[in-house]
Design a binder for this molecule. Structure first.
Ligand SMILES: NC(=O)c1ccc[n+]([C@@H]2O[C@H](COP(=O)([O-])OP(=O)(O)OC[C@H]3O[C@@H](n4cnc5c(N)ncnc54)[C@H](OP(=O)(O)O)[C@@H]3O)[C@@H](O)[C@H]2O)c1
Length: 263
């Protein structure tokens, strides 16, 4: 038996992102805001992308105040023609993007019988088409420059579990899980890893009011085995694992971080 004497790295070194360029879509609020902060705190130069650029500017200032580096890029992920320009701007700021966090997303709540074609398209267009076209552009560039990279798609626990009024969202997120596998398979030969995080209920500004109500509290107690909401920091470790060298042999997988919701 051959025993390889591989050099041991500290956890800090293993998860370190110094010198890497990370583009985060939907960085203007919620999970994307936190992802950008975490990547920057661990050494990455972070390109903040969303439609609300004034919010990105605030985040950029906060990251820089903490000693990190960030740049802002206006991007609507449903506008395919705008995607190459966003990557051009990212490259101009910090060089080739080698980490993409495909986070931009939304939900429109409606029972399926009542759902309009417009709302269906809005959800699928953002949550599935957006993830595909931004990921495709990232992969083309990572492949062409020969450096490879890591793509992290933000799906949802609802990819594995449906809920009334969330049919379109569930279908889009299940699509992201399959797309993650397909991208992982096809991009591996270009040294590009593609994985997904599937969060459960994570408290952000869009849902904190609901979860503070009695109905919201009952829902947590009834459906989440760990009987609490997730905090955005509950995703930090999974994000860093998938983005960094620590996850060097992980591709095509979807990691559920939900306090047991899908169980
Ligand atoms: N919070 C949760 O409990 C939870 C659970 C599972 C999965 N997720 C997923 O996590 C991701 C972030 O959700 P969140 O909770 O942080 O929601 P959020 O606070 O509403 O943030 C959504 C982000 O997506 C951006 N976005 C929406 N449409 C966009 C578009 N067309 N182009 C570019 N950016 C767009 C928004 O930025 P602009 O409006 O400035 O463009 C915003 O920054 C989503 O994919 C969501 O499905 C969240």
């Amino acid at each position: 038996m051959v025993i390889k004497n591989t050099a041991m790295k500290s956890a800090n070194a293993l998860f370190d992102l110094t010198g890497r360029t990370a583009l985060v879509t939907g960085a203007s609020s919620g999970l994307g805001w936190r992802f950008a902060e975490v990547l920057a705190a661990n050494g990455a130069n972070v390109v903040l992308a969303a439609r609300r650029v004034e919010r990105l500017e605030s985040l950029k200032a906060a990251i820089e105040q903490s000693g990190g580096r960030a740049a802002c890029v206006a991007l609507d992920v449903t506008d395919q023609s705008a995607i190459p320009a966003a990557f051009d701007a990212a490259e101009a700021a910090f060089g080739p993007v080698d980490i993409l966090i495909n986070n931009a997303g939304l939900a429109v709540e409606a029972m399926l019988m009542d759902m309009s074609a417009e709302d269906w398209r809005k959800v699928l267009g953002t949550d599935l088409d957006g993830v595909f076209f931004v990921g495709q552009e990232a992969a083309r560039r990572m492949s062409a420059n020969g450096n490879g990279g890591s793509i992290v798609n933000i799906a949802s626990a609802i990819a594995f579990k449906v809920g009334k009024t969330l049919g379109a969202y569930a279908a889009a997120k299940a699509g992201v899980v399959q797309l993650t596998k397909a991208m992982g398979l096809e991009f591996a030969s270009s040294n590009i890893r593609v994985n997904a995080i599937c969060p459960g209920y994570i408290e952000t500004e869009i849902n904190s009011d609901f979860f503070a109500t009695e109905r919201g509290q009952q829902m947590i107690q009834r459906t989440v085995p760990m009987k609490r909401l997730g905090d955005t920091q509950d995703l930090d470790g999974t994000l860093l694992l998938l983005a960094s060298e620590a996850g060097a042999f992980i591709t095509g997988t979807s990691i559920i971080v939900d306090g047991g919701l899908v169980l």
